[in-house]
Design a protein around this ligand. Structure first.
Ligand SMILES: [Zn+2]
Ligand SMILES: [Zn+2]
Length: 509
């Protein structure tokens, strides 16, 4: 039944079984691709950057050299699509906060910056002018009625601006009823923005709370990588020192101390409190491209069906809000493991498969996705305009971060595709890998775009590490031999999926 795998299986036996198979995929070749893609020349492959386009050209050339045919839109290798690639800063941004006796003028990138900026439904010209908006204080901006704590109880914020502290009360108190020393879900930026917005607030100002007297936000980073989330109202981080005179006048630090003591909210109107806010931040729309190559199946009766092999090639460029170390924004985040490793594997799998095409009765579609780091956008685009219809797509195999194997690989998705377990285990033995069920979690990579459309999809991953989304994710930390084993596993699994008569079932738990 699996005669096509005889040569590789035999090799594994001769070599002594698990841990000692000789991968048909060369670690040195993989590492060569990773060194190029993760070099400083490519500037971290940020979406919308020249480095990303250089990577796209490289991948297309490698697909061609591997023996694939172009699977792009116009007979070329590319599937272009548009995405939001951050913000451009126009003239006239300003924020003024007034109290009864004083007013403070803040400047963008110095004493305030937007954590959230783009209003829904406005794409290119998101100008906002809020004049003389009443300003109210809503404690920590937390609404957690299940824990009997709600900063918004009895507070009217409709049509107003809301000033809150960062973090949460009793943050470091282990016995606190607000989840002890662990952060509350209600403390995240999306939750705080929602709490304000859903009650009609038109802007939210966040000041570092008194237990964080050293304001950890770096206001100048916004000028280097101008970007912000979208929570439908402006959410502005405001420098504590800049607002000190008003915090004192309203005794907000004193109120924070009281809240910390008894968890009774002290929300209120602020005497003379008003803001003027002008926002001239424009969404940068950029064209990026998936790179698509096809290996037509060897069986004319079955090659209308395909297995998709995917990996994203974009990364987070110079950092910014997608970095694990936003304070190091401006440094190149090379993304060797995330995900030059997956792309290198994809290229070498393509070459090995094309050299042995008879093993693949169904077709293979190789897709290098752009836009993953900004929300799985490339795979969503592919799924909406696939090269082989999704109805004929037997399965999708996704490689994201496979460069830190050390003898093992985590495979995500088997719970929904139980019929693939035997094949995964068998190919894991061929590759000499300890196969574990697991992965980064739901919706963390491009396999989700296929699962969402009920295409069976598996995710291959060798684990998070301290260099994840940091400038230190470099090629010299890559386990190339391990990555070659993961690539071997995926190659062998693709051969089984391209061959087996039945198609893997998708179970909805
Ligand atoms: Zn990734
Ligand atoms: Zn990533």
């Amino acid at each position: 039944m699996h005669g096509l795998l005889r040569s590789a299986a035999l090799l594994a036996l001769l070599a002594g079984g698990v841990g000692a198979a000789t991968p048909p995929i060369e670690p040195g070749a993989l590492l060569g691709h990773i060194k190029f893609l993760a070099s400083d020349d490519l500037q971290g492959r940020g979406n919308g950057s020249a480095g990303l386009e250089q990577a796209a050209e490289y991948i297309a050339a490698q697909f061609k050299a591997a023996g694939l045919r172009p699977g792009g839109r116009n007979g070329d290798w590319f599937q272009p699509f548009e995405l939001d690639a951050g913000l451009s800063v126009g003239e006239g941004n300003s924020l003024v906060v007034r109290g009864a006796a004083q007013s403070v003028r803040l400047s963008l990138g110095e004493s305030y910056y937007p954590l959230a900026a783009t209003p829904t439904g406005v794409t290119s010209s998101a100008a906002i002018d809020l004049k003389n908006l009443p300003l109210v204080f809503a404690g920590y901006g937390i609404s957690a009625p299940a824990l009997n704590y709600d900063d918004y109880t009895g507070l009217d914020v409709a049509g107003k601006a809301v000033l809150i502290f960062s973090h949460e009360p009793q943050e470091n108190r282990r016995g606190s009823r607000l989840n002890g020393a662990q952060p509350l879900g209600e403390t995240t930026l999306p939750s705080k923005a929602l709490a304000a917005r859903s009650r009609g607030a038109r802007a939210l100002l966040v000041v570092s709370d008194p237990t964080h007297r050293v304001d950890q936000a770096d206001y100048r980073l916004f000028s280097i990588e101008s970007d912000a989330e979208d929570h439908e109202i402006p959410v502005l981080r405001v420098r504590r020192e800049a607002l000190a005179v008003l915090l004192r006048a309203w005794d907000l630090d004193g109120l924070a101390v009281q809240i910390d003591r008894d968890l009774i909210p002290r929300s209120r109107a602020l005497t003379g409190g008003r803001i003027d806010y002008a926002q001239r931040l424009f969404v940068k729309r950029r064209i990026v491209r998936n790179v698509v190559g096809v290996l037509d199946g060897s069986d004319g009766a079955r090659n209308e069906e395909a297995v998709v092999l995917g990996a994203h090639y974009d990364h987070v460029g110079l950092g910014g809000r997608f970095s694990s170390t936003p304070e190091r924004t401006g440094e190149i985040h090379n993304g060797a493991d995330d995900n030059a490793s997956g792309i290198a594997a994809l290229i070498e799998i393509a070459g090995a498969a094309a050299a042995d095409r008879a093993r693949f009765p169904r077709s293979l579609v190789f897709v290098a996705f752009a836009g993953e780091e900004r929300g799985l956008l490339g795979s969503a685009h592919y799924a909406s305009s696939p090269v082989v219809p999704l109805a004929g797509t037997v399965a999708m195999l996704n490689l994201d971060m496979i460069g830190r194997s050390n003898g093992r690989v985590e495979v995500g998705g088997l719970d929904r595709m139980p019929s693939l377990k035997a094949d995964v285990d068998a190919t894991g033995r061929i590759a000499g890998l300890d196969v574990r069920r697991g992965g980064p979690g739901a919706a963390r990579s491009d396999d989700s775009s296929f699962l969402d459309r009920r295409v069976p999809a598996l995710h291959f991953f060798t684990g998070f590490h301290d260099d994840y989304h940091r400038p230190s994710d470099d090629w010299n930390l890559i386990d190339a031999a391990g990555a070659a084993r993961v690539a071997t596993l995926v190659l062998e699994l693709a051969a089984r999926l391209a061959t087996r008569q039945d198609r893997p079932q998708f179970s909805t738990r």
